[in-house]
Design a protein around this ligand. Structure first.
Ligand SMILES: NC(=O)c1ccc[n+]([C@@H]2O[C@H](COP(=O)([O-])OP(=O)(O)OC[C@H]3O[C@@H](n4cnc5c(N)ncnc54)[C@H](O)[C@@H]3O)[C@@H](O)[C@H]2O)c1
Length: 384
């Protein structure tokens, strides 16, 4: 089956590589010739590196590159069985692209969007046959991150969901099914990892390095929140938070942070700008954390219990299954353990008590305990 990819940027070029590595002929289209050229050069470099490291042989690398055709006309999608869109995050432009795709492709072609924050239903509404439209959300960089969220819109036909999931599974990705709600699974459940870390800093409980130390050394997370935000970029991470906050009708639970907003406004974006929460202009940029176990434990537990709460609410509202929520966080953002499994280990009663204490101290929505956790305590049940 031929696969089409719209947009040759960071995500589109990675998705094209994944599909070509899985053996498909791929058509990669972009309105900008420079983007196509940059994607082709980037892929050649990646392939050369993989050959050098002995992870691919020369013939396979050539084969992968040979299977991708770079197109400057959407008509090249005519014979594709699936087209994945990865262009700018703008609803009007995406709708225009989807209605154009419907004119070019045959009626069986699956039309997928890689949107991170827009409604799949809104994108699908641009098509006469919205049943074939679905969200297929890869993580950056697409060739390395195993997780893909599959998001059927309310209009999506069951056959589309089944076929799309089977196809992405055959690309050796781990797929999870999520409802078409803001942030899907990962971008919703992970909000407190950033938001609560920023809040703890703002309250003066600890500095960036100490909070990062607590999460990595005591919590087993691969990266601390400030290191990770610097890696993602404070502009991007802030925008995701703001979008999720607005999409949830300004539920105080997802309120963005002034600290991050000011960092983004100052151009302290993180690694890419040379400075974020840390200074990347020198090698020795890390202030020493204060390795106080008692403070570290408080920091870790406060962030962890809010993550658990968000994961529990995601299950409570049937956005995804228990197993998919845990899989999404371990495979999509490398959490050391599934959050619902972690909740069982910590004790559901302890989670509820910690949330209620925070809520009664601050009287803020961000600490509102999920009704599911409360119900589980009443019924004396666990997630697993
Ligand atoms: N970057 C991430 O971490 C990430 C992760 C998951 C999902 N996403 C989503 O993937 C999509 C793409 O993000 P990105 O980071 O790759 O963006 P990007 O800016 O790197 O690339 C977008 C590309 O789309 C092209 N483009 C714009 N309008 C077009 C059109 N009408 N037709 C064809 N090409 C067009 C641009 O020229 C550009 O090359 C967005 O919807 C984003 O939300 C991004």
């Amino acid at each position: 089956m031929q696969v089409g990819v719209v947009g040759a940027g960071a995500m589109g070029s990675g998705i094209a590589q994944v599909a070509a590595q899985a053996g498909h002929r791929v058509v990669l289209f972009d309105t900008k010739q420079e983007a196509l050229e940059a994607a082709e050069t980037k892929l050649a470099k990646i392939m050369a590196r993989l050959v050098e490291k002995g992870k691919l042989n020369e013939t396979d690398a050539q084969g992968i590159q040979g299977r991708i055709a770079y197109a400057n006309d959407m008509k090249a999608f005519a014979d594709c069985g699936m087209v994945i869109e990865a262009i700018v995050e703008n609803i009007e432009i995406k709708k225009f692209v989807f209605s154009s795709l419907e004119e070019i492709c045959n009626e069986k072609t699956i039309l997928a969007t890689n949107t991170s924050s827009l409604s799949v239903a809104a994108i699908a509404s641009a098509c006469k046959n919205p049943e074939r439209v679905i969200g297929i959300h890869f993580f950056n960089p697409a060739p390395l991150m195993p997780l893909v969220e599959i998001i059927p819109a309310i209009q999506t036909g069951p056959a589309t969901t089944l076929l799309a999931r089977e196809l992405i599974n055959s690309w050796k990705k781990v797929t999870v099914l999520a409802k078409d709600t803001p942030g899907f699974i990962v971008n919703r459940v992970a909000r407190p990892f950033y938001g609560e870390a920023l809040r703890i800093y703002e309250e003066g409980i600890a500095d960036f390095a100490t909070i990062d130390w607590a999460l990595t050394e005591l919590g087993g997370f691969r990266m601390g929140p400030f290191t990770l935000m610097d890696f993602i970029g404070n502009d991007i991470n802030y925008t995701v938070t703001e979008t999720v906050f607005a999409a949830f009708y300004f539920d105080g639970r997802y309120k963005p942070s002034f600290t991050q907003k000011r960092h983004a406004e100052a151009g302290w974006l993180g690694r890419k700008s040379g400075r974020g929460y840390y200074d990347y202009s020198t090698d020795n940029n890390r202030p020493e954390p204060t390795k106080d176990q008692a403070v570290g434990d408080v920091i870790l537990w406060r962030i962890l219990v809010l993550l658990i709460n968000e994961a529990a609410d995601t299950l409570f509202l049937n956005i995804a299954s228990r197993d998919d929520i845990d899989l999404a966080m371990t495979k999509g953002v490398n959490y050391p353990k599934g959050l619902l499994k972690w909740a069982d280990e910590k004790g559901i009663q302890n989670c509820v008590d910690a949330l209620d204490l925070l809520h009664s101290t601050y009287l803020e929505e961000r600490y509102r305990c999920s009704p599911l956790l409360r119900k589980m305590v009443a019924e004396n049940t666990t997630f697993y």
